[in-house]
Ligand binder design. Structure first.
Ligand code: TXA
Ligand code: MG
Length: 359
């Protein structure tokens, strides 16, 4: 299939999105930037378009898609009812990186919701995502625009790596600012549950829904098959680079010593190795930094969780491009956005965490 790549600026005008919108309306697939990650868009009312999304991503068809809207009034036809908590969350956080699960109406095909009677809805703030939705005049289902199980895409070049030749158009609108997918809140249960942590944190949500809780699977720190995630997509191996990622946790001094040792061992065995390090620990690896086969990525200060979030998936993809067989990373604080960062990292590592704290 021919994939058209189109560069569009953030100051886009409705006519810049005309062709892409026609594609969406006619059942074609268009990847586009959002403030979280790139999305793979299709007409959410068109069950064939949804099936094409699953095929292009290699995604299991029981894993529901997120539906993008551009205006609060777009939500009404999609759902059975809008609980008052949903209105309050929308008022506070939309447009933005928050997705809400509500009971779906009959116009949303089961293909879009992976067979569920609920639907995930989000109003993105990115100007291109919003303009595309408006120009298309239909809700756009937009899962992360990537091959299922790989790290999400935060730049058009990542989407090209995964989906070129499999979809109709890729809109290159630069990098996604946030870099992690939206926070998902399930409002069909009491108390409301956070199914996926993101930029909108537990603390922020609690101000509006005081009894909100995390789905148990979000807080999981180790592989435990008895805890099954409520969001179907969170139960699969996810965000994973091709190399084997190991996370080291403990005091930062112990971590740097252990990472260095692990890297040296694998290099000696002839493997390619990646180290994902904070600025604070980067100096500790200077003595091995010129080893052939070693790629070190400095992701930012440990204090600056927004920068770490924004660079995480890009870093994991860079290790893949370098052919790293093993990737060693320090763990980050899990407060605020750190909760989302560690959630993605632990999944990417298949919960392979080495704990250096002596208990
Ligand atoms: O930031 C985002 O949310 C991005 C951008 C492109 O909007 N989209 C995204 O979509 O991350 P996706 O499809 O990759 O992730 C959707 C997640 C999956 O884990 C899925 O299982 C869950 O949301 N989900 C969707 N509908 C659901 C539902 N009705 N009930 C429970 N979980 C649902
Ligand atoms: Mg996804």
């Amino acid at each position: 299939m021919e994939t058209i790549i189109k560069k569009i600026g953030l100051d886009c005008k409705p006519e810049d999105l005309k062709e892409a919108a026609e594609y969406i309306r006619s059942g074609k697939l268009v990847a586009f930037p959002t403030e979280t990650v790139y999305g793979l868009g299709g007409n959410a009312f068109d069950s064939t378009a949804s099936s094409r999304i699953y095929a292009a991503k290699g995604r299991p068809s029981d894993n529901p898609l997120i539906v993008h809207i551009a205006d609060l009034k777009d939500i009404e036809p999609l759902v059975k009812e809008i609980p008052s908590e949903a209105r309050q969350l929308a008022e506070k956080f939309w447009p933005g990186p928050l997705t809400m699960i509500l009971y779906k109406s009959d116009v949303v095909p089961k293909e879009t919701t992976g067979g569920l009677d609920t639907v995930a809805i989000r109003m993105p703030s990115h100007p291109i995502a919003a303009a595309l939705r408006k120009a298309s005049d239909v809700p756009i289902s937009a899962p992360s625009s990537k091959t299922s199980s790989l790290p999400s895409t935060t730049k058009a070049e990542h989407v090209i790596e995964d989906l070129y030749g499999k979809i109709d158009m890729i809109i290159d609108g630069g990098s996604s600012d946030i870099g992690l997918e939206s926070t998902i809140v399930d409002l069909t249960v009491k108390p409301a549950l956070i199914l996926r942590p993101g930029y909108i944190t537990y603390e922020m949500l609690k101000e509006i829904i005081p009894d909100i809780e995390y789905d148990k699977a979000v807080l999981k720190r180790q592989r435990d098959d008895s805890i099954v995630a409520k969001a179907p997509g969170m139960k699969y191996r996810h965000y994973a680079p091709k190399g084997e990622l190991t996370i080291f946790e403990g005091s930062i001094k112990d971590v740097s010593v252990a990472v260095k040792k692990a890297a040296e061992e694998k290099l000696k065995e002839g493997y390619k190795v990646g180290i994902l390090t904070s600025d604070e620990l980067a100096e500790e690896y200077s003595s091995i930094s010129f080893e052939p086969g070693l790629k070190i990525i400095k992701i930012g200060s440990r204090e600056d969780e927004e920068t770490i979030a924004a660079g995480l998936f890009d870093s994991l993809r860079s290790f893949d491009r370098a052919g790293s067989d093993y990737i060693f990373a320090e763990s980050f604080d899990s407060e605020n956005i750190g909760q989302a960062i560690m959630n993605r990292m632990m999944k990417a590592a298949g919960y392979h965490i080495v704990s250096l704290t002596v208990s």
